[in-house]
Design a protein. Structure first.
Length: 330
């Protein structure tokens, strides 16, 4: 039996951080043998919010792909590509736009949220309203059946499924209904305990230097009731402790025990964690440097990825045009 197909993507709006690593990338990497994986840099989706200042998208694209590969995405096993290198997404986007009622898009909970959250960026444009339609095209142009995403994308997936049902019932069965595959891995919170995000300035970037990382870990909040070394701590409410769960699960019990009995101080606890985080990330950081030092190789990877993606996309477009009783070519 042939493998099920996966598609997922990320918008290149900045550097990647350990939230992306544990929230998405390690999961994506683990799926590469079992599935036929397509992993895409969603640069057109980035443009929808970054249109006033699109320059950094290009740099972020290459920087993010370097991180992807450093984190274990393997161009020999997965198709790694940039959305705008495969213009077929646009044709499908237009066709799907025609069958998508505006009311479905206006109703989408993420749309209303993002309008508020991104108020300084001005996303009251036509493209941004259609964000989930382009996302549906990304998935359906490869007839992907499985989409690894976070909780925040589930509404978009539901919209994709509605679009599929409407397409198939209008023109005949062309697309499978894709399902979200939620990441089950541990969630790393930001340094301040909120969601990790570049805009909150609370992230440990994959590309940080060991010194940056150390400074950041030292700035983390601990149990606020623990004023003196002899006060017993409450590891269950301490974010430093939760980082141990992610980076060094084998140490968690000892850390918790020593914290509760006040035989471990917060300064030492954080210094040790910084060392562990740096040790964990050092191989990736090294690989990332190597990849960025050889930009030609990186370009070749993206070119090959786009070539393979385009072939698959063209096959789908043939099916789509046929279903609409449209020309294949004059
Ligand atoms: N909207 C996704 C995000 O912001 C990125 C994305 C674009 C995507 N196209 C996709 C995710 C297709 C999954 C499938 O994270
Ligand atoms: Fe947190 Fe460690 Fe301090 Fe306990 S000892 S409160 S786990 S930093």
């Amino acid at each position: 039996m042939s493998k099920q197909r996966i598609l997922s993507g990320m918008r290149p709006t900045g550097r990647l951080h350990i939230g992306h690593l544990f929230g998405a990338l390690s999961n994506w990497a683990a799926l590469q043998d079992e599935y036929d994986c397509f992993y895409m840099i969603a640069d057109w989706h980035a443009l929808m919010s970054e249109w006033k200042n699109p320059g950094p998208i290009r740099h972020n694209t290459l920087d993010n792909v370097a991180d992807w590969i450093a984190c274990g995405l393997d161009p020999d096993r997965s198709t790694i590509f940039v959305q705008s290198d495969v213009p077929q997404h646009c044709e499908l986007h237009l066709i799907l736009s025609t069958i998508t009622p505006v009311s479905w898009l206006e109703r989408c909970p993420t749309y209303k949220e993002q309008l508020q959250a991104l108020s300084e960026k001005d996303v009251r444009n036509y493209a941004f309203l259609g964000y989930p339609v382009l996302q549906a095209s990304d998935i359906l142009i490869y007839k992907a059946t499985t989409v690894p995403v976070g909780e925040d994308q589930v509404a978009h997936l539901e919209l994709t499924r509605e679009i599929v049902r409407r397409f198939n019932s209008t023109y005949g069965e062309v697309f499978p209904e894709p399902k979200p595959k939620l990441t089950k891995s541990a969630r790393v919170l930001g340094l301040d305990g909120r969601k990790m995000s570049k805009s909150y300035d609370n992230a440990i970037d994959l590309a940080d230097t060991p010194e940056d990382t150390e400074t950041k870990v030292k700035s983390m909040f601990t149990d606020p009731q623990r004023q003196r070394l002899k006060d017993p701590g409450r590891p269950e409410i301490c974010n430093v402790h939760s980082y141990y769960q992610v980076f060094a699960p084998e140490l968690v019990r000892t850390v918790a025990e020593e914290c509760r009995t006040a035989s471990r101080g917060c300064t030492d606890c954080k210094a040790a964690l910084a060392g562990i985080v740096n040790g964990y990330l050092s191989g990736m950081r090294e690989k990332r440097r190597e990849i960025l030092a050889a930009p030609d190789t990186l370009h070749d990877i993206l070119k090959a990825g786009a070539g393979h993606a385009a072939e698959t996309a063209n096959e789908t477009l043939v099916d789509v045009r046929r279903a609409l009783e449209w020309k294949e070519r004059w």
